[in-house]
Design a protein. Sequence first.
Length: 168
Amino acid sequence: MKDSALSPRAAVTIGLIFMALGALPILAATRVIHLPLSSGIPGWIGVAAGLTFVLGGAMVIVGYAIAGVEIDDPDADVGRYEIAVPFGVRLAQYVLGIAVYALFAAIAAWVAFGRGARGFSTTITLPWLARHGLGNEWIGRAAFGLGAVGCAAAGIAMAVKNFRKLKH
């Protein structure tokens, strides 16, 4: 096992920052606080976007401050100081990972397949060229559709790969 460069205190700090930042779109989408929202976007998108940050922050805390190891590590059943990682901690890592992949897939799927018009832009920046313009709606939807399928496939792959580690 390689030691994490992130101390438990730093992991908690970073995780809490992510969680606080994720709370803002959730509170705005649920109209608890007033922030300008784009018209035509359902509230669940704001909640899902905020939850990705909240759950991502929880992943940092659980993975680095509590378990001391990421679930994808080959020795994920042994955490910091070679102490066995309890089943509940491994389960939390597993569920958080699946939830983040699912949220990414759901947001991208809404952009790709949801009702209403979508506005996309394209930007190309190379050392000798910089171009910005309006993008084609169908190309943008197709790109987000591919992203949604990719996120779902990656989430399923992660779930299948790490399911065996939960049994130990």
